[in-house]
Ligand binder design. Structure first.
Ligand code: MN
Length: 747
């Protein structure tokens, strides 16, 4: 249970009848907070809407009467605070405020959805329904259940207000996290950093994202948070003086040019300072951009761009800009809707300073996100939140993608930073960073993707696996003879490309199997029999195929020799009983144990008659290559190169089938070490861990096991390292992964 109030209600609160009514003082405080909520409403919330808000307040007050939060405060403080966040910080209207006030009633009190509907209406009850369901999905159990999550997102795309209210709910719970026990703090905090902060970012709520990240750091890394905070306080005076010196001449000039403006010095968040310290491995003192100067101008919409550039021109008259650091997010806004001009200039004492230039409207949207778009409707072109929800819907509606794939794909999209690339005609496309030419092709159209044989990036011919960079101009080359290949999945990044490739591969397999079936039928006719007359089970058993489709596919691709078919059918060859039914599959583990048995590694070239092994055709290892063994179902052990593109996928999905291998004569220069990792639970986490271990640091893993509970996971990894320095470096790298809480060595 992540939500503090649930603990308070379910375990902490004494039965209702022993609770004294709210004291007079508390009643006054409740009313005070209610009035503050009304004041926070936008001017567009008229008297009729205010009446409905009053009804919602009274309904929630009555429903939660006698309930208290863990802090001991009346429970109603929480929905009041959430409603205030919804109104003041997100900028939503009456319907959302009403739903925020009522958001916990259906889950925690006697009030029903029918009550809500009859008191407020259909829309309100639908939103509360969504919120109640989300509480079950996000806040309970260890990891989010994929299938539920998918359904909830479908509900969300119905009314985005559900997720905005949920975000406000989480923000208030994070603000009041101090009263929770330590382990709950860590869990809720890491979940917020992991799931909610990126979501807020994606939706364009920059202020909320920053606050969630800062609060999360405060509870997950209390010492670090304290240290940075103290250092920030200690240097504040000096910083303020610098900012006023820096902005003085600008203000004079702005006034001269009759610009309406406001200049602020924005300190960087503690979380982003810490990120920078980690990323660049520098102490606090060396983070040069502890703050940015923000210039906000009031200007009519048709003059926005011109005036922002006018401000830029004035700023650079006084200070020399760094040409590499100019960012124009006015001409091409970020995918989350962010618009501004950023530049970094050299100040008089010789320090680089970032200057952000934006209009009041851009500032509102940056702080409050899409809710603010509604205020500026006429100028907001296509709302990117619709685009984002559209993308989610696209994935959700693809029947081929299973729920777990979906989460992986979704998270990938959620966390990836973006790149901007252009079509030959100059049209802008936004893709997650790391995207390759094939992703671009699928982004244009699935047919273009499926037929893609190469690309021209900035007029140079590149393979379809070529990774794109921001600013690239990409032209896709297609051929009608082309179709999606299995290995495309190793370099496709976007959810769209991946799911289209997967479904096309499935389709191809089916088609190929049809050819195989014809061949098989023909063979049967030669043997003077037919499908109806034979015992298919025996055939499948003999050829070790799980299904007829699989058999036909193998026939069509020449993986199977039908010459024995006659003998199998006549009974001359008995189906080998060795092929045990599926449930006895642990034989793998036996095999692994047997192979691993005495020595740490499988030595290729020694005693190889005892073991059935093959060099994998996907990477063709040769002596001297770093290799590992993978225990397959039917074909013994396959030897792959450690840098084989399939290796990461194999290691992360089937770590227990990996066998360390080396060539005869190659010196054994690695020893085994174990590390324990804890962090926030996530389906992609194993992948990121193994990626670091195997691809970045080229360490071979012996085993990895991960257990998760209550949204946190604990993993044990056994691996081979050269020496302690090597191990230290590896642990340091892992420590920096998103969502990782601790990395320790097992002795
Ligand atoms: Mn709540």
């Amino acid at each position: 249970m992540a939500d503090p109030r649930k603990t308070a209600v379910a375990q902490e609160a004494p039965p209702a009848y022993t609770i004294a009514r709210d004291s007079e003082e508390e009643k006054k405080e409740i009313l005070k907070r209610y009035r503050s909520l009304l004041r926070a409403c936008k001017p567009s919330v008229g008297p009729a809407a205010k009446k409905r808000i009053r009804l919602a307040f009274n309904t929630a007050l009555e429903a939660h009467r006698g309930m208290r939060r863990r802090s001991g405060e009346p429970y109603i403080y929480h929905p009041l605070a959430v409603a205030r966040i919804v109104a003041a910080e997100i900028g939503l209207g009456a319907t959302s405020i009403i739903c925020a006030l009522l958001h916990d009633t259906v889950e925690d009190t006697d009030l029903t959805l029918e009550d809500i509907e009859s008191l407020f209406g259909k829309k309100e009850s639908r939103i509360i329904d969504g919120l109640t369901k989300i509480a079950g999905v996000f806040d309970n159990k260890s990891s989010i259940q994929a299938e539920n999550f998918r359904k909830i997102l479908l509900t969300l795309s119905d009314d985005v207000r559900v997720i905005l209210i949920k975000l406000a709910d989480r923000l208030h719970n994070m603000r009041t996290l101090a009263v929770m026990p330590r382990e709950k703090q860590v869990k809720i905090a890491s979940e917020s950093a992991y799931l909610y902060a990126p979501l807020a970012h994606r939706l364009g709520f920059y202020a909320i994202k920053t606050e969630l990240d800062d609060l999360a750091l405060r509870y997950t890394e209390p010492q670090i948070y304290q240290q940075i905070n103290e250092k920030l306080q200690a240097t504040k005076k000096e910083r303020d003086r610098f900012i006023s010196e820096f902005t003085k001449p600008l203000g004079v000039e702005f006034k001269k040019q009759k610009l309406k403006f406001e200049i602020k010095g924005r300190p960087k968040s503690i979380h982003s300072i810490w990120n920078k310290m980690k990323r660049q491995e520098i102490p606090f003192e060396e983070v040069y951009d502890l703050f940015a100067i923000r210039i906000i101008i009031d200007t009519p919409s048709e003059r926005e761009k011109a005036d922002c550039w006018r401000v830029y021109s004035i700023v650079t008259d006084f200070f020399v800009p760094n040409p590499d650091r100019l960012r124009d997010w006015i001409s091409t806004p970020k995918a989350n809707g962010y618009e501004a001009l950023h530049t970094t200039v050299m100040s008089n004492p010789g320090k680089w300073v970032e200057v952000q230039i934006r209009t009041r409207r851009m500032d509102d949207i940056a702080e409050k996100g899409y809710a603010a778009h509604w205020k500026y409707k006429e100028s907001a072109s296509e709302s990117a939140v619709d685009e984002w929800l559209g993308k989610i819907r696209e994935i959700l509606e693809n029947p081929e993608a299973n729920a777990l794939d979906f989460i992986d794909d979704f998270k990938l999209n959620l966390f990836a930073e973006e790149i901007f690339v252009f079509t030959p005609k100059g049209e802008l496309r936004t893709l997650p960073s790391g995207s390759t030419a094939i992703d671009f092709a699928f982004d244009i159209h699935s047919d273009v993707g499926s037929r893609c044989i190469g690309a021209k990036v900035n007029h140079k011919l590149v393979p379809i696996s070529h990774e794109l960079n921001s600013g690239d101009q990409v032209e896709i080359i297609t051929s009608t003879k082309q179709f999606p290949k299995e290995d495309w999945l190793t370099f496709a990044v976007t959810a769209k490309a991946k799911s289209k490739i997967k479904s096309s591969l499935k389709e191809q397999r089916k088609k190929t199997a049809e050819f195989g079936k014809e061949t098989f039928d023909r063979r049967l006719r030669q043997l003077k029999t037919s499908l109806q007359k034979i015992n298919m089970n025996n055939v499948l058993l003999h050829f070790k195929c799980p299904s007829p489709t699989d058999l036909y596919y193998k026939v069509a691709t020449d993986q199977l020799d039908l010459r024995e078919l006659g003998d199998v059918l006549s009974g001359k060859i008995k189906p080998r009983p060795k092929l045990r039914p599926r449930k006895e599959e642990p034989s793998f583990e036996d095999m692994v144990r047997k192979v691993r048995g005495t020595s740490d590694a499988l030595v290729i070239g020694e005693n190889m008659d005892k073991i059935d092994y093959k060099m994998s055709p996907c990477c063709n290892p040769i002596p001297g290559d770093e290799v590992f063994g993978f225990i397959t179902i039917n074909e013994g052990i396959k030897i792959h190169r450690s840098n084989c593109p399939n290796a990461i996928q194999l290691m992360s999905n089937y770590a227990y089938r990996i066998v360390k291998a080396r060539w005869t004569g190659q010196k054994q220069i690695a020893f085994m070490a174990g590390i324990r990792i804890t962090g926030a639970d996530d389906v992609g986490v194993v992948n990121s861990i193994t990626k670091i271990i195997s691809s970045e640091l080229k360490v071979n893993m012996r085993s990895i096991s991960i257990e998760s509970q209550d949204g946190l996971f604990e993993g044990t990894i056994m691996l081979f390292v050269h020496d302690t320095e090597h191990l230290k470096k590896l642990m340091h790298k892992l420590q920096q992964l998103k969502g990782i809480l601790s990395v320790t060595r097992i002795d």
